[in-house]
Design a protein around this ligand. Structure first.
Ligand code: PEP
Ligand code: MG
Length: 291
């Protein structure tokens, strides 16, 4: 029992019967990196650029990414800028909106300012080349397969081979199979996916019950994404806060997701929670929760 406990305390994520589940880290800069995760599942790049009036120079961007790529263990999934609503980026100079959560945020900023994405993709590709790291990119707030295709084309043109999108909008989850035809992987952002599924502001304390990740409607969308990934033979992870909750993580595994990305401090607890249950037990938890 002691040996099992120690094995569960370090090493790759797996269920009690050995089914692998990659345990990845959510970070905002190199300072957030800790040993123990199998890679970075969500590098929130906007945190490098909050509170700035001037856009970062290409060299500055490349240096910030290279620092993370050099120090991270395993692959790094970089999320392109997720500006808007809860993450204002003054240097973009975006107009104020009456309904910011439903407005020009995430990948949608590209409709107004296409140069920003191209500059960022070029800096990511340059930092990847300079460090030799395994670097992948994904876009936030993707809604349609056409948006996924457009992002993938631009990222591949910049020289980045592995391209994914976040599933944060119900429309993308409902068309997960079509979205997956355009990209190499999906990463489900349950924070925003819950907000948009339940039409409930993710920061509103009075609506916390609606935002509970165990709501069957949300779990059903996650299950649909996982099924589409299985069918396509492509990975589907979760990178919202739910992935780092040891009470929810086994359920997500039971729904079929292949990786969980979370705050680095959550990794040991989630590893331990998974090591206690077989895949079939996780599936049973998922079946119960869905009903
Ligand atoms: C999410 O929406 O679940 C997510 C991981 O992205 P963020 O919390 O940065 O919006
Ligand atoms: Mg989000």
């Amino acid at each position: 029992a002691e040996r099992a406990r120690l094995a569960a305390a370090t090493g790759p994520g797996r269920t009690a019967d050995g089914h692998p589940v990659r345990l990845l880290a959510n970070i905002g800069s190199a300072a957030d990196l800790r040993p123990g995760a199998e890679g970075v599942g969500l590098f929130r790049t906007e945190f490098l650029f909050l509170d700035r009036k001037q856009p970062p120079s290409p060299e500055e961007q490349t240096a910030a990414y290279a620092e993370v790529f050099e120090r991270a263990e395993g692959p790094v999934i970089v999320r392109t800028l997720d500006a808007g609503t809860d993450k204002p980026l003054p240097f973009l100079g975006l107009p104020e909106e009456p309904n910011p959560a439903l407005g020009v945020r995430g990948l949608r900023v590209d409709r107004l300012l296409p140069d920003v994405l191209d500059a960022q993709l070029a800096a990511i590709a340059e930092a990847a080349r300079a460090t030799g790291a395994d670097v992948r990119v994904m876009a936030p707030m993707v809604t349609t397969p056409a948006e996924a295709a457009g992002f993938a084309r631009r990222a591949r043109a910049a020289g980045i081979a592995q391209v994914g999108v976040m599933v944060e909008v119900p429309a993308a989850a409902l068309r997960a199979a079509e979205v997956l035809r355009e990209v190499d992987f999906l990463s489900i952002g349950t924070n925003d996916l819950a907000q948009y599924t339940f039409a409930a502001d993710r920061q509103h304390p009075a609506l916390a019950d609606l935002l509970d990740p165990r709501q069957p409607a949300l779990l059903g969308l996650i299950e649909a994404c996982a099924a589409a990934g299985r069918e396509a033979g492509k990975p589907v992870g979760v990178c919202g806060e739910a992935a780092g909750d040891p009470a929810v993580a086994p359920l997500l595994v039971g729904l079929g997701v292949t990786s969980l990305s979370m705050a680095p401090s959550c990794v040991p607890l989630v590893r331990e929670a998974l090591a206690r249950l077989t895949l079939e037990e996780c599936r049973e938890l998922a079946r119960q929760a869905l009903t």
